[in-house]
Write a protein that binds this ligand. Structure first.
Ligand code: SAM
Length: 256
């Protein structure tokens, strides 16, 4: 999936919604940040987490925001222009150009699942973390990313089309093994699952519906089918039988 133009804009709206805020809170409470730390956010997107990290490490610390999408990076730079301790790296996750063991910890939110060669990205993250440092990741269990309320067959068709939007549908299931294999220990995971029954303007369900509808069109579904799906969700909401579930998982491990 490309994160420029409309999709990038929708990803930013998601990041600004309650779903984005609760993820950032979960990361910050897991990270055990010390003043002076150096931390990298891999796939930082429009940089919503970066100011929080920058404040936590203070002026003697450094935050790296890495993302390969120019459009997202431009938004991140604008958001972080008041911070002197944030450095941007416009690169893919498998090529940070940082020195070995240069970060006290690393974090990533809803980015690793989009990287086809996720093992190369994890190798790079492992290389740049100091021994004892944490890696805190949030990825979504996409098989549980579901709308309810539309006709089952049509609904399944939209969800099936959406599978192509990312390379790893169930990364949180594989991540503990991948981290253990790279020398991480004390690996834990935590559910950040949520359910939404309204699709008002500021609801993540509304933005997600728009993302999935646009994506389904790129996968060959017709305008009529997609518009029918949206109308059926709207009707379901009015009748009090609408639902949207998402199952993000926070995984944390410490490098030996
Ligand atoms: C859904 S956005 C999440 C952005 C941000 N972490 C957040 O929570 O708002 C996914 C991000 O992953 C980035 N991404 C895609 N492929 C990547 C790669 N190979 N390495 C690093 N980031 C990548 C995209 O550019 C995009 O900004």
């Amino acid at each position: 999936m490309k994160f420029d133009s409309d999709i990038g804009k929708l990803a930013r709206l998601m990041a600004e919604s309650i779903a984005g805020t609760s993820r950032r809170n979960a990361i910050l409470s897991e990270m055990r940040i010390q003043p002076g730390d150096t931390i990298i956010d891999v796939g930082c997107g429009a940089g919503h987490l970066l100011p929080h990290l920058a404040k936590a490490v203070g002026g003697s610390g450094t935050i790296y925001g890495l993302d390969p999408t120019t459009d997202q990076m431009e938004q991140a730079k604008k958001r972080c222009e008041d911070f002197q301790n944030i450095i941007f790296i416009e690169e893919h996750a498998d090529k940070s150009d940082l020195q070995d063991e240069s970060c006290d910890s690393a974090t990533s939110t809803q980015a690793l699942e989009y990287i086809p060669n996720v093992d190369a990205a994890l190798d790079e993250i492992t290389r740049i973390i100091k021994p004892g440092g944490a890696f805190v990741n949030i990825s979504i269990l996409w098989d549980h990313f579901k709308f309810f309320g539309a006709d089952e067959k049509l609904n399944d068709k939209v969800h099936e089309a959406f599978r192509a939007h990312c390379s790893h549908q169930m990364l949180p299931m594989e991540l503990p093994g991948k981290l253990a294999h790279r020398g991480f220990s004390m690996i834990r995971d935590k559910s950040l699952a949520y359910l939404i029954t309204k699709r008002d303007e500021n609801s993540p369900a509304r933005y997600t519906e728009a993302v999935m509808a646009n994506f389904a069109l790129t996968q060959g579904m017709t305008e009529a089918e997609v518009s029918d799906w949206k109308s059926q969700l709207e009707a379901a909401e009015q009748q009090g039988r609408f639902g949207f579930t998402s199952f993000p998982v926070l995984t944390v491990g410490y490098l030996n």
